[in-house]
Design a protein around this ligand. Structure first.
Ligand code: 13P
Length: 250
């Protein structure tokens, strides 16, 4: 399976800025990716369609940062999976810690979004991770268990393994400049792989697990080599084409 390097642009970049960054990134990379890597960019909704149309034939895939788990209807402010597909994107993030903590999304709702998105044909990167308080209270295993069990409670079947990706993003490492150390990452990814065995079954070795949290050009090559790390989910350091290109090539 190829490693995934994903850019979560969060609430940054209007359409013009998104297109400029994608064009610059493609130019730095000579419009091609290193072997065995896939790159997925998650612009804000408002810049998504411009992003998917930025290059005539580019090496990047695209996704939305969120969805609402319904086909259509009276859900003011929300966006459906079919609208995301229509904008030319194939992926969606679910359960990002900023949505859990700032917008109060719980595991049940994250689970509804995950299963609905997959059933509608979107591929999903489902995010999990503990707060500092939970880590210090020794609750890492319990938090990951609850998040994964509920997020993946109603997966559509059959589901090809490349369509569902898990991202481990410890909340205390997001946007803080504090990266989890190698042992922390190896431990959490091993727990996730083990939990996935029970939930998904035999194809678990093909389920990619990404690390996210203060990844930058300087630490990417070390993190991506760790056991059970199948890619990176990058926030701040993905906003500039030059630094994101270095992470892609790390
Ligand atoms: P930073 O890379 O800015 O810490 O953000 C990580 C993240 O939340 C990616 O989804």
């Amino acid at each position: 399976m190829k490693k995934i390097i994903a850019a979560n642009w969060k609430m940054n970049k209007n359409s013009k800025e998104a297109v400029e960054t994608i064009t610059e990134l493609s130019a730095i990379l000579n419009n091609s990716l290193p072997d065995e890597k896939e790159v997925i960019i998650f612009p804000p909704f408002i810049s998504l369609e411009a992003s998917t149309h930025a290059l005539v034939s580019g090496p990047f895939q695209f996704g939305a940062q969120d969805i609402y788990p319904a086909k259509e209807g009276a859900f003011t402010g929300e966006i459906s999976p079919s609208m995301i597909l229509d904008a030319g994107a194939a992926w969606v993030l679910t359960g990002h810690s900023e949505r859990r903590h700032i917008l109060h999304e719980n595991n049940t709702f994250v689970g509804q979004k995950t299963s609905f998105a997959l059933a509608c044909g979107l591929n999903v990167i489902a995010c999990v991770g503990e707060t500092l308080e939970e880590r210090e209270a020794g609750k890492l295993y319990d938090v990951l268990t609850a998040q994964l069990n509920q997020t993946l409670a109603k997966l559509p079947t059959p589901l090809s393994p490349e369509r569902l990706v898990i991202a481990y993003e410890p909340v205390w490492a997001i946007g803080t400049g504090k990266t989890a150390n190698n042992e922390d990452i190896i431990e959490a990814h091993a727990i996730i792989r083990e939990l996935l065995k029970d939930i998904i079954g035999t194809s678990v070795s093909q389920t990619r697990i990404l690390y996210g949290g203060s990844v930058k050009a300087e630490n990417a090559s070390e993190i991506i080599k760790l056991e059970n790390v199948d890619g990176l989910l990058v926030g701040g350091a993905s906003l500039k084409a030059e630094s994101f290109a270095k992470i892609i090539c790390a």
